[in-house]
Design a protein around this ligand. Structure first.
Ligand SMILES: Cc1cc2nc3c(=O)[nH]c(=O)nc-3n(C[C@H](O)[C@H](O)[C@H](O)COP(=O)(O)OP(=O)(O)OC[C@H]3O[C@@H](n4cnc5c(N)ncnc54)[C@H](O)[C@@H]3O)c2cc1C
Length: 408
């Protein structure tokens, strides 16, 4: 276990500064344009691929940082640049993690390279779990996967929604029910390879924020995929289903809502994204407050403004510490006995909303226009309390974990 320290080591500082340079020189200058265009910023993803930021290797390296701080540090810097563009860069990682977590070595080796493509021909991937009637309540998803034994193929039918990169992805990872009686225990994840007939993009959403990130419905109409596209393989699935049926028969363990139970480990990473957006808005507000003069003095000379900035910075630092604690616990195999992952996501995402709103206020009329980036940051920040489990779901997870009670 790494020795406890509050300081980044030299290697981490080097990576952080390199990422910050990319965020400042490449991402931030492109942010307003891609926000207005509401399109995937392919040229920026390509730049990220060229320098090695858009690749599995880069995330693997950060993930295996023994202090646990590699991923949160990377997320904070990229999202400091711009949340929409950064999500376009890291969104593929969601699908890649789905394969890494459940796939066989062969599946990992086959599909992850196809998710990223290469610098001359970048690709993206999508993770499709949410559905119109299954958001927070992921256990109730309706997409079905039926096995056609004669052909050794799976047939997928259903409608996914809110999929980041949905429909434009080279590879889609789809969560579907193979046994509807078992709730989330009856779910499995499937790879839908590039160009598979029956998969189509539905509505592309016009969003409030993170508009450079593509979000769309994905329609699955008799999508036939080889048996080898079931992540983890059929034998493992059959064993898992048999165990779950056994438990259900004996009236044992309650089938948990997947939204409550999964993604706990990925939540600190989302918290780090929120810290990045909050810090970006705070920095703009601090600079502005020092230079904008009213009543013959900089507005920061007023406690009413200066104290807001003091609170903003305090909350950002507190959020980062919660994110770092959870990330350190996760890499060191410490169980989240007080739902520390959810705590970090909850606090950081609420902080991003509050801090970006305060930044708009400190910039006055300018803060309300697209001439200044805090307007965009404020819109972007609203996503953090919604995706990867809303703030209410985080509170449910925390309260249930602390109390052991089935709080509703
Ligand atoms: C931009 C964007 C990108 C996304 N990307 C992806 C993606 O790549 N892949 C993917 O699978 N999904 C993705 N999502 C989906 C996201 O995870 C869901 O939107 C989220 O889980 C909430 O589900 P919902 O929108 O259906 O809201 P609902 O579940 O309908 O919730 C509505 C409101 O009710 C509250 N609520 C619900 N249940 C409870 C409860 N038990 N107690 C208290 N309050 C409750 C919620 O907190 C919320 O305030 C994305 C969403 C967005 C907006």
């Amino acid at each position: 276990m790494a020795e406890f320290t509050m300081e980044l080591n030299d290697e981490q500082k080097e990576v952080r500064d390199w990422l910050h340079g990319f965020a400042a020189d490449v991402i931030r200058p492109a942010a307003a344009e891609w926000d207005e265009r509401e399109e995937t910023p392919w040229p920026v993803i390509q730049e990220a691929a060229k320098v090695g930021i858009y690749s599995l290797d880069f995330y693997a390296q950060q993930y295996f940082d023994p202090t646990g701080l590699g991923i949160p540090m990377a997320m904070e810097e990229l999202f400091w640049g711009d949340a929409g563009i950064a999500l376009s860069i890291v969104g593929t990682g969601l699908a890649a993690v789905g394969v890494l977590a459940n796939g066989t070595e062969e599946q990992i080796g086959t599909w992850i390279p196809q998710m990223y493509g290469d610098a001359s021909d970048v690709k993206v991937a999508a993770f499709c779990s949410s559905e119109p009637d299954a958001g927070s309540d992921v256990a109730s998803l309706r997409t079905r996967a039926v096995y056609d034994e004669a052909k050794d193929e799976w047939v997928l039918n259903g409608t996914k929604t809110w999929a980041t990169n949905g429909g434009i992805a080279n590879v889609h990872v789809v969560v579907a029910a193979v046994d509807t009686e078992l709730g989330s225990k009856g779910h499995a994840s499937f790879i839908v390879p590039p160009g598979t007939p029956g998969l189509a993009q539905g509505q592309k959403f016009k969003k409030h924020g993170i508009r450079a990130s593509h979000t769309a419905e994905v329609i699955l109409d008799n999508v036939r995929i080889p048996g080898s596209c079931l992540l983890g393989g059929k034998e493992k699935l059959d064993e898992r289903l048999a165990r779950a049926r056994e438990r259900a028969k004996s009236g044992g363990e309650r089938v948990k809502n997947a939204a409550m139970a999964t993604f706990e480990a990925s939540r600190p990473a989302v918290g780090a994204m929120a810290v990045g957006t909050a810090r970006a808005a705070y920095e703009v507000a601090l600079d502005y407050a020092k230079t904008r003069e009213q009543f013959g003095r900089p507005i920061i000379d007023n406690q009413g403004v200066a104290f807001q900035l003091a609170d903003m910075r305090t909350q950002i630092d507190a959020a980062r510490l919660l994110v770092w604690r959870a990330s350190w616990m996760a890499i060191n195999g410490k169980p989240f006995t007080a739902a520390e992952g959810s705590m970090s996501k909850l606090y950081a995402s609420e902080t991003a909303k509050t801090v970006t709103a305060q930044a708009v206020q400190i910039l006055g009329g300018n803060g309300y226009t697209r001439e200044y980036p805090v307007e965009r940051m404020h819109r972007d920040a609203a996503i953090y309390t919604i995706f990867e489990g809303t703030s209410e779901i985080q509170r449910l997870v925390i309260a249930r974990t602390l109390s052991g009670m089935p709080i509703r």
